[in-house]
Write a protein that binds this ligand. Sequence first.
Ligand code: ZN
Length: 264
Amino acid sequence: MTAAQGAAHGADHGADHGGDAEPNAIDAPGTAEEEWRSWRLLNELPVLDTSGWSSVVVVAAHPDDEVLGVGGLLAMLAATRVRLRLVAITDGEASHPGMDQVAAGKLAEQRAAETTTALGRLGAPAEIVRLRIPDTGVSRREPEVREALRELVSGFQVCLAPWDGDLHADHEAAGRAARRACAAAGTRLLSYPIWTWHWAHPRDSRVPWEAAVRVPLSSGAARRKRAAIDCFASQLRPRGPQRPPVLPPDVIAHFVRDQEVLIS
Ligand SMILES: [Zn+2]
């Protein structure tokens, strides 16, 4: 996911995490997972029907977005032999600030490897296409990303991409590019929120709940997702004596539910 600047998640994206209306939405303390779990509407959203799906492209802005957002769904789709392609826009080399180029390159390699291992734990050995756009720089390369995605989603039934209202610059740019690419290619788009679970709250008017659907996870898929999240060691461990992990337990709590939510 690659965090933003702030005490909770450590410096990372600095001013680049986007969202003009709420520049500090990601930095501020987040909504507790208990609040989401006890919100009745979230558990009464329409259930997404995936029964006719045969091919799905997943777009990730950073290594781990795909597992956090839709890892359980991927596990269930893979179990029914749906064709899967992952488009990794960046390799997430900016998650640990202050690194020189060599160290950032090693981090990118590590994060890409973490994704491969995680997909294995999901039982979803997807074809992986890496665009190698600089981490935190997706919006600056948006036309190029959009063009690449248009070709990569072409011929696929469904595309799962970061939600373009996630108040994170890379996620929003990836979501916008996917939205336009899917419109051009005739591929159905469903968007997955990531940081939204942190900055939003139940009934939040910034989220189009009327367009949201849920995917109840089988116990096996939920277990596989949990095991896949554990693969992202670079994001789960403290980044130094005074630096908390990118993904502390209160953030991870949003992604180990027994359902996933998508915006159609
Ligand atoms: Zn991300």
